[in-house]
Ligand binder design. Structure first.
Ligand code: G6P
Length: 623
């Protein structure tokens, strides 16, 4: 959801900024821009389109200088045009600012600026208003000639004063043509990290942009303002008080965020799942007590025993993981579990009992809707835990505890490995709470056995990739796809449909299989295949009935099954994908993998941009 990179140092800024933008392109990719300070002048290049378009522009019109800001955009205010691309400037044209977030009161601020005589707006964006406001406050304070240190102090004061007037969210970075070797960053609601280098400093929306240059990072909190030179930085609050921040070591390296030998990040991440599921469980299984060990929950055994209800909240794929979690926790721990869209939870007055424990599930840990739900839940006094992949994220830091996924960076916009890691963690939670209630040691031990078998079983499913590729080729002219599943696999149907929509742009819907006859069946026709997730489980025969209903109406069927399933499906389903046998409660971790592969191979057949599908962004930090 927009990516920011800023640089101050001794090297040429432009290649570092462009490299950082490429790493952040997953956050948004409809336009990009860069501004570099060169001998008291701002050199700007910006255009609609991807980073590749900006790179091309910069090849024709290079810029030079060791101080600069840059941005990759996911449009909120204003169309996708060269003019609306960031950086934006103040009225003097000397201050360049990049922004991630939404300035909600931008119209009121703009009206006020216009009333004071400032009419020099060149874009439709909320960001430009903030640039003008900071520039105006700075220019007013610098009416008389002042030296460079004083200019720095006054620019910092202007930033603070402007941000105090802002309603909304922002991660910003800015430079001023009159002030060499100096950049300012600030955040509220949108992430910003300072990379601390040797004789150079960086600002970025995400450490992956700068990890090739430094692994020393300072994660800024809301209302922090950082002023960075080449050799030093200072972090203060919006009120101007100094604040202390630890410098952390980034867990991963630049190699970890490469594609390796894979043509796409998404395929690499699908194939990483045997390892990432193993990593989600590492050190968390206790075979002696037949339970799970989740120290990060920060809860004593009596506190855990007092939990009487769980609410799982998230967005997109994380919400679908929560939906599987609902079945899992109810089955293993047998107490009420509800799932809520984070965006709805936040604004809804859900009746909550005192013994409720809330989980915010988020790969990035930065999704604005999920963060809003977490804050609302904590405000109401509920213990709120995170299930996150990004350990330095806002959700990870603001929650009362939680469980990290340890899945490594997920770059493909369509979430894959984070989903299966989330499911593994939710199974661990079901096991933990179950063992504190009615789940016997024998049953607990069975759950552990099923979890331990998963990495090897996922490997077996990945071997089906070529078969699934052939299926994708066969249905390349399909006009959409329906996904059906029951019980634990109903949310898998939702997730399969989401993957399909996200990266192939085909119409796709997921439903509980039995709902077919209550309306969806009207859609069934020969050019609309139905994917049934129908393992050989307690509801297999029910699924089989629904498959027959589709076949009777000439709808092609792709069945994902297991055990004796193929025997019953032969001659009925057009395609049969066979999964290893596993208990129902872990089957979603296996069943989703062929659906990820089906979406992937079909998207490749359709020549889609798999890792950067249109209109989407991986980390949605606006509401
Ligand atoms: C966006 C992405 C989805 C993702 C969702 C939640 O909508 O496009 O792929 O599932 O955000 O992301 P999170 O980082 O909170 O898991």
């Amino acid at each position: 959801m927009c990516g920011i990179v800023g640089y101050v140092g001794r090297a040429q800024a432009a290649p570092i900024l462009l490299d950082g933008l490429r790493r952040l392109e997953y956050r948004g990719y409809d336009s990009a821009g860069i501004a570099v300070v060169d001998g008291g002048r701002l050199e700007t290049r910006k255009c609609a389109g991807r980073i590749a378009a900006l790179t091309q522009l910069m090849r024709k019109q290079p810029v030079s200088g060791s101080l600069g800001v840059s941005h990759t955009r996911w449009a909120t205010h204003g169309k996708v045009t060269d003019q609306n691309a960031h950086p934006h400037f103040d009225a003097s044209g000397k201050l360049a600012l990049v922004h991630n977030g939404v300035i909600e009161n931008y119209q009121a601020l703009k009206d006020e600026l216009i009333r004071s005589g400032d009419t020099n707006f060149r874009s439709e964006t909320d960001t430009e208003v903030l640039a003008h406001l900071i520039g105006k406050l700075y220019d007013e304070s610098c009416a008389s000639t002042v030296d460079i240190p004083e200019k720095k102090a006054r620019l910092l004061a202007a930033v603070r004063a402007a941000l105090r007037q802002v309603i909304g969210t922002y991660g910003i970075t800015l430079v001023h043509a009159d002030i060499p070797d100096f950049m300012i960053g600030a955040r509220r609601g949108s992430p910003l990290v300072l990379g601390v280098g040797d004789g150079e400093n960086f600002l970025a929306s995400d450490v992956s942009a700068i990890v090739a240059y430094t692994r020393d990072a300072v994660y800024l909190n809301d209302f922090d303002v950082v002023a960075a030179g080449r050799d030093k930085f200072e972090i203060t609050s919006l009120a101007g008080d100094s604040t202390e921040h630890p410098v952390s070591k980034v867990e991963f390296t630049a190699e970890d965020i490469g594609k390796g030998d894979y043509p796409h990040y998404m395929l690499k991440e699908i194939f990483e799942q045997p390892n990432t599921v193993r990593d989600a469980m590492r050190g968390r299984l206790d075979p002696d007590e037949c339970t799970a060990k989740l120290g990060g929950l920060n809860m004593t055994p009596p506190e855990l025993r007092d939990v009487g209800r769980i609410v799982l909240t998230g967005c997109g794929t994380a919400l679908h993981a929560g939906r599987v979690g609902e079945y899992l926790i109810e089955r293993l721990a047998n107490f009420p579990t509800d799932v809520e869209y984070a965006s709805e939870f936040r604004h809804r007055n859900t009746p909550m009992t005192p013994e409720t424990l809330v989980f915010a599930i988020s790969q990035s840990g930065e999704t604005a809707d999920t963060l809003g739900a977490l804050r609302e839940s904590r405000r109401k006094g509920f213990r709120t835990l995170g299930i996150c992949n990004n350990v330095a994220s806002t959700i990870a830091r603001e929650s009362d505890g939680g469980v990290y996924m340890h899945a490594g960076p997920e770059i493909g916009v369509a979430a894959t490995k984070s989903f299966t890691s989330q499911l593994a963690i939710l199974t661990l939670l079901g096991l933990l709470f179950g063992r504190m209630r009615n789940l016997s040691a024998t049953d607990g031990s069975r759950v552990i056995g099923a979890l331990e078998a998963l990495p090897g079983q996922i490997e077996a499913v990945l071997e089906l990739s070529d078969q699934i590729k052939e299926i994708a080729k066969k249905y390349v002219d399909a006009n959409g796809m329906l996904f059906f599943g029951r019980q634990f696999n109903f949310p898998v149907a939702l997730e399969g449909a989401l993957k399909m929509k996200e990266i192939t742009y085909l119409f796709a819907e997921g439903h509980p299989s039995a709902e077919l006859k209550h309306g969806v069946i009207a859609l069934v026709r020969p050019d609309l295949p139905s994917v049934f997730i129908a393992p050989d489980d307690s509801v297999f025969s029910k699924n089989l009935n629904n498959i027959e209903q589709v076949k009777a109406r000439k709808g092609p069927v792709i069945a994902v099954t297991s055990g004796n399933g193929p025997k019953h499906l032969k001659g009925i389903a057009n395609e049969i994908i066979v999964l290893p046998e596993a208990p129902e409660y872990v089957m979603p971790i296996l069943a989703v993998v062929p659906l990820q592969l089906l979406a992937y191979h079909l998207a490749v057949e359709l020549c889609r941009d798999v890792d950067k599908p249109r209109n989407l962004a991986k980390s949605v930090t606006v509401e």
